[in-house]
Design a protein around this ligand. Structure first.
Ligand SMILES: NC(=O)c1ccc[n+]([C@@H]2O[C@H](COP(=O)([O-])OP(=O)(O)OC[C@H]3O[C@@H](n4cnc5c(N)ncnc54)[C@H](OP(=O)(O)O)[C@@H]3O)[C@@H](O)[C@H]2O)c1
Length: 270
């Protein structure tokens, strides 16, 4: 799997796994556990090593399922991203959030810890806790999510270690963060753009240019949408799927090379 090299030489694969809706949405739904665990096991077998989750997902239960799944493999091979939700951005609650995620994931260190999105809490307060957590070895890297340009620059100024990513909505049909300058800024400054909802939560329409280019590559249209993302500098993505066939397709999408002309045609899709 192709990867982006972080500031300390660590390789972050361009194709990761999203986990929103695994084991429930905003609340745990234990009737979905087996389905989620099967998907996680299938993804690990395929070769996914970057797993993206959050304390918000199923109110912490998704992290428990991720923790359960990765106990079957070598922890060193896995790169775990999780996030603190806005009601927990105060100094004390950020520390508590990190402890909660560590416990539910069953690990001693979180690889990448993100502010899920901002609220009224001054970022200074949150970063005081985040910097301490990195210092204490509980978190390896810091990042943000859904941050606009001003917020991203403020985060960079407050973080003792480089902000490694801004996780944002980005797909062939969603360009808000390109238009507001965040994506170009990340690419110019060596910040990974983690594209979420890369296939529009399964609502991306597999027609027109996408279908034409897919036919030329004997690929599925969703694979082309993912290939378009990860062929861009500093862009990685984390599609979610419960379906082993889709998991494999998404993984394989990173190996598709689009021509400059195909990239340009997809660029105009918006
Ligand atoms: N930071 C944030 O605020 C934020 C917000 C949203 C999402 N995220 C993260 O980003 C991840 C991905 O975003 P998302 O889950 O919103 O949406 P997504 O990955 O764009 O779409 C997931 C949906 O697409 C379907 N799908 C996936 N691959 C497919 C394929 N190859 N062919 C056909 N259908 C396919 C899945 O159904 P099947 O199960 O049937 O394959 C699922 O219903 C999340 O899981 C989460 O980890 C972060």
């Amino acid at each position: 799997m192709r990867a982006i090299t972080l500031y300390d030489g660590t390789e972050l694969p361009v194709m990761g796994l999203g986990t929103w809706a695994m084991g429930g949405r905003s609340r745990p739904d234990r009737s979905q556990d087996e389905r989620a665990l099967r998907a996680l096991a299938a993804a690990l077998t395929i070769g996914y090593t970057h797993i993206d989750t959050a304390e918000m997902y199923a109110n912490g239960h998704t992290e428990e399922l991720v923790g359960q799944a990765i106990r079957q493999v070598d922890r060193q091979q896995i790169f775990l991203t999780t996030k603190v939700r806005p009601p927990n951005l105060s100094y004390q609650r950020t520390h508590q959030s990190i402890e909660g995620s560590l416990r539910r994931l069953g690990v001693e260190q979180i690889d990448l810890f993100l502010i899920h999105w901002r609220d009224h809490t001054p970022l200074e307060e949150t970063f005081r806790a985040l910097n301490e957590a990195v210092q204490a070895g509980k978190v390896r890297y810091l990042g943000v999510s859904n941050f606009d340009l001003a917020e991203l620059k403020q985060a960079q100024a407050l973080s003792d270690t480089p902000i490694v990513t801004n996780q944002i909505p980005y797909s062939v049909t969603t360009r808000t963060y390109k238009q507001n300058g965040v994506i170009p800024y990340c690419q110019e400054n060596g910040i990974v753009v983690t594209a979420y909802s890369p296939v529009e939560e399964g609502r991306l329409r597999a027609e027109g240019v996408l279908a034409e280019i897919a036919a030329a590559h004997q690929a599925a249209p969703y694979q082309i949408a993912l290939a378009w993302l990860v062929q861009q500098p500093w862009v990685i993505t984390v599609p979610m799927s419960h379906n082993p066939i889709h998991l494999q397709q998404n993984w394989d999408a990173a190996a598709i090379t689009l021509t400059p002309e195909q990239m340009a045609r997809l660029e105009t899709l918006n």
